[in-house]
Design a binder for this molecule. Sequence first.
Ligand SMILES: C[S@@+](CC[C@H](N)C(=O)[O-])C[C@H]1O[C@@H](n2cnc3c(N)ncnc32)[C@H](O)[C@@H]1O
Length: 215
Amino acid sequence: MQNTSHAVMAQRIEGRDAPDDFPTPPWATRALLEHVLKHDASFKNKTCLEPACGAGHMARVLAEYFGAVTNSDAYDYGYGQIRDFLTHPFEMRSVDWVITNPPFRLSEEFVLRALTIAKEGVAILARTVFLESVGRYRNLFAQTPPSKFAQFTERVPMLRGRLDRKATTATGYAWLVWELDAASVTPQLVWIPPCRKKLERNGDYPVEASRLMIV
Ligand SMILES: C[S@@+](CC[C@H](N)C(=O)[O-])C[C@H]1O[C@@H](n2cnc3c(N)ncnc32)[C@H](O)[C@@H]1O
């Protein structure tokens, strides 16, 4: 019997120069604001940068909560400005939050850079296994641990280049959050409760081709 779990996980292994274009289902971004950051009215006065915006599936949700969202990506998806996050001279402390789902192979570099640009906090969506590795421990977690590690209890299916409401995955995901106002940080482990059904909206997914056919 085929090991389908491995097959699904292997899809996310990209070559070193690949863009790693795996759009985030909108409900998973709403879960950050609703269950982890626990937004309030003050978010409408805050700014946010989505520096790897792709086709805007995360950015559009961030705009539901933040007063202003700036979007960019190293590749052209017809959404946001074209800027390599690791080399473009973004101004230090120029936005309140930096929030993204970065290319997995560059996640560590993205966090370190985002921490110089944000005034209030940084949040990245990453595979749960991002927490592992001696390299990441030495370069990131030992000196700069996240203030929150928020594990999804539901799976967050991501496919290369497209959203699909019916997709499945064997990969676990979490939001890692660095809140910059804390003087010293003891990381907090939290669980994101089941919320997909409540946080999905009509219009989050492309209309299926079959439904477009006139019958
Ligand atoms: C996992 S996708 C996420 C897309 C979008 N953030 C979302 O959640 O729907 C990663 C994105 O990182 C972009 N990317 C890759 N390398 C980058 C870089 N050096 N600077 C900015 N964006 C980059 C890719 O083009 C891709 O859109």
